[in-house]
Design a protein around this ligand. Structure first.
Ligand code: MLT
Length: 411
């Protein structure tokens, strides 16, 4: 009989957002009249920017004529998109990225999950706690961890606690680690790391020959100047960091799917025989073997955000969600709930009232006021006692949700 990858059995029953979906569906079935407002999964609600739609329509038309039809494209992405990304997100900020250091994909979740395949299984992984579950779960699946302990931690993983006591900024690990996942602006806490804090991590990685896996999927939401948009704004980062970026939250591509990963050729790891190998080469090998490129239509849509109209429309879209973030944050504060984040990120991380557990608060919010959020404990043990609300709802629902929390929730 075929055997299975036993590592999968180490994981919690289901992926966090699948579990939330299951609980909400059960509630809805038992209460069909309930007017549920979903501020749980960070999924966007507003239409794609007009510039993207127009570019995608045009791309569809191109595919309908033999002269302009396209089949397989370059696995790494069309140059009309990669050039625009490099120019707008890097060159303009004084960062030099070569065209063979960027890989377009079907989104950051895939890349953040798959990247660990090009690292040895003996690497020691460090993750912040709480954390976007993909980083940890994919390392568990690969067998880079031991089993789940009673305290909610996986054996063999270095957890970097982030809570209000350290201003959600992880401290450097005492032990040596090889792969460090950092997410900034952070999902789930909605907080950011300053230039000085990131520098600390880059210096650590350089000293320890580690690699930082930097998830910047929410970079478009940064409003404060001091917060770096890219890890490569930090001196020395190009030798030790891989960066993930996404069009999902920037331009509403959660369903359309497009993201990219930057792997500078200067980021290297050691092979078993001691030679140094570029991670870029390995990822290119993986990408060309397992992936046939993001759809042409989608890449055309993504490239349109770099036109002047696209830039303006994306700015408005981000502004719309950030206004929701402000409404939620201020509404929570008015209700006497302590809230973090929501200034440089579309997530608000609140302290559950009266020391409630985060799943208890999830149930309370769902049953009392029919609002879905995400329990902090779902992101790791340090998320216990916290709860995440997203600013990606539409305005009307966001306002209604805040009113319900302020006026109907009983403490
Ligand atoms: C979230 O809710 O954390 C996001 O939707 C996750 C994701 O982007 O995959």
């Amino acid at each position: 009989m075929a055997t299975i990858n036993d590592n999968y059995l180490k994981l919690a029953g289901s992926y966090l957002f699948a579990e939330i979906g299951r609980r909400v569906a059960a509630f809805k079935e038992a209460n069909p009249q309930a007017d549920i407002i979903r501020l749980g999964i960070g999924d966007v609600t507003q239409p794609l920017p007009a510039a993207c739609i127009e570019a995608m329509h045009k791309a569809v038309d191109e595919l309908s004529h033999a002269e302009t039809f396209r089949g397989y494209g370059p696995e790494q992405g069309y140059s009309f998109l990669t050039d625009a990304i490099i120019e707008n997100n890097y060159t303009k900020r004084g960062i030099s990225i070569d065209s063979d250091e960027i890989f377009v994909s079907d989104g950051s979740k895939s890349d953040c999950g798959n990247i660990q395949e090009i690292f040895g299984l003996d690497n020691k992984v460090a993750i912040t706690d709480p954390v976007y579950p993909v980083y940890l779960d994919t390392n568990v699946m690969a067998g880079r961890t031991g089993t789940l302990q009673a305290d909610g931690h996986f054996e063999g993983v270095t957890y970097l606690p982030c809570d209000a006591s350290n201003n959600f900024a992880p401290e450097l690990p005492k032990e040596h680690v090889d792969m460090i996942y950092l997410c900034c602006p952070n999902n789930p806490t909605g907080t950011t790391l300053s230039r000085a804090e990131l520098k600390k991590w880059v210096d650590y990685a350089r000293e320890n020959q580690s690699v930082i896996l930097f998830d910047a999927a929410y970079a478009a939401y940064i409003t404060e100047e001091d917060v770096p948009r890219s890890i490569y704004e930090i001196e020395g980062a190009k030798d030790v960091a891989i960066e993930f970026r996404s069009f999902s939250k920037t331009a509403g591509f959660t369903g359309t799917r497009c993201g990219y990963t930057i792997i500078p050729k200067t980021v290297k790891g050691r092979a078993a025989d001691g030679t140094l190998v570029e991670f870029n080469k390995l990822w290119n090998r993986r990408h060309t073997t397992k992936f046939n490129g993001t759809a042409y239509i989608v890449q055309r849509g993504a490239a349109a955000i770099y036109t002047p109209e696209g830039q303006q429309q994306v700015k408005e879209l981000v502004g719309y969600y950030m206004e929701n973030a402000r409404i939620i944050r201020e509404g929570l504060e008015a209700a006497g709930i302590t809230a973090y984040g929501g200034v440089n990120a579309p997530y608000i991380w609140l302290k559950t009232p009266n020391g409630m557990s985060s799943w208890d608060f999830f149930d309370k919010l769902l049953t009392e006021v029919n609002i879905v959020g995400t329990p902090g404990a779902g992101f790791g043990p340090c998320g216990e006692g916290y709860f995440r609300l997203t600013a990606f709802g539409d305005r009307e629902n966001t306002l209604r949700a805040v009113e319900r929390i302020k006026n109907k929730l009983r403490f």
